[in-house]
Design a binder for this molecule. Sequence first.
Ligand SMILES: C[S@@+](CC[C@H](N)C(=O)[O-])C[C@H]1O[C@@H](n2cnc3c(N)ncnc32)[C@H](O)[C@@H]1O
Length: 480
Amino acid sequence: MSEGTGPITSAGEGEEVPQPFSVTIGATVPTGFEHTAAEEVHEKIGAVARVSKDRGRIYFEITTDNLPKVHHLKSVDNLFVVVEYYENYQFKDSKEEALLDFQQLASTLPWTNALEVWKMNNSVKKKRSRRRGAANSKPKPSSDASDPEKLQTEPEALQEKDEQKDACAEQETDPQTEQDSETQEQAENKPLKFRVTCNRAGDKHSFTSNDAARDFGGAVQEFFQWKADMTKFDVEVLLNIHNNEVVIGIALTEESLHRRNITHFGPTTLRSTLAYGMLRLCKPQVSDVIVDPMCGTGAIPLEGVIEWTHSFFLSGDNHDMAVSRTVNNINHIVKRRQDGGSASPGLPIDTAQWDLCHLPMRTSSVDIITTDMPFGKRMGSKKKNWDLYPSCLREMARVCRPGTGRAVVLTQDKKCFQKALVRMSGLWRKSHTVWVNVGGLHAGVFVLRRTGANFGTTPEDVREPHRAPESQEEGVQDKV
Ligand SMILES: C[S@@+](CC[C@H](N)C(=O)[O-])C[C@H]1O[C@@H](n2cnc3c(N)ncnc32)[C@H](O)[C@@H]1O
């Protein structure tokens, strides 16, 4: 990155506006979805993203006038601006020497542009949070101890407890402006508070992450005369070390963007960023009917309906609490849009309670199925999956259009899924698999294509004929 702020132009009335300048933005993304995220960056910002050696990170150049667009990306969890990047940093062998290098590095880094971007970013964030305004009242996550699903908590539910960020509220209220400028003035006279966060991967370092953060942080403090504060900081300096790759950055997000749509959480709520990645893999088209037959809290269909407004989404689950959580999550978004004065607050989505193995739907009526199966760890069981997975694939094949239908399925019970897929090979063909990390578990996202075979004509579907739809009708309720 080049040093020095962008040229300043006068915008009249003494106001000076910096000319846009180029910076490198780094983003953390769900591991395995780096290329999907890079695709989104290219599509929405026109930048070519580089996938880092460190899995789960991408980098791309923008001009600063595109900074607001960066916050609208759906694949990214956290954003930062790069201060300096070393592809092959030479660490000294001894701990003392390696840490001394970090201390000396702080005063030699080209901080100016990155700090300018950090400042611009604060005003972008302020505008966005004002837009959220009253429209974003957040009901608490459900904490019903009698909820039977709670007993089946899968590890992904135990991840970060970040509040969601609202990417698309539409209200613009500005009662805070005066107060903001006062607090800004006060804040400008105080030394900034900061912390250094070191993320380190690789086994050839003579120092720990804490050592590096402490020594580099001490030097940053001395250089800027900032005040260290681990919890209430203004600036978060990032020191990312992956083997010999070292990236120094400044965080542009305080909390992950991955829970933007969900207000009623369940035990296995999927990250919105992962849901978005899965949906992208099926390339939704205008007027496609897209179904999540095991929707849980509705993370996948909600992400879909907000991004792909010209498709129709159906979500269902056999658990009544999951169904009501999805309905509540949808209603919350609709309310937010209403409160924001949206001309069309309603969303093309519906919810039902159903058993995926017996869907109340016409044969060949669905274009895309995207779902997150019970892993069989704490939800369901591996034993049950041996029956569940082939039945699901069979029923999904029945409702999906032969020839053009597709499915994207997430599961950690890969062996069972692959065996089921072999059994259903007359109905589904695997296009490819994306390997992802879901709450520390190594899982697969299987991208499938429906074969051209009509349902009812292959040995796979003859084995277990589809049950008469009337037996399911009572269980199906329109929810939205
Ligand atoms: C891993 S969770 C899905 C989580 C969801 N993606 C979310 O973000 O909340 C799997 C879901 O499958 C549902 N399920 C299990 N067996 C089912 C069946 N036969 N029919 C419909 N849903 C089923 C469970 O109730 C559970 O909500």
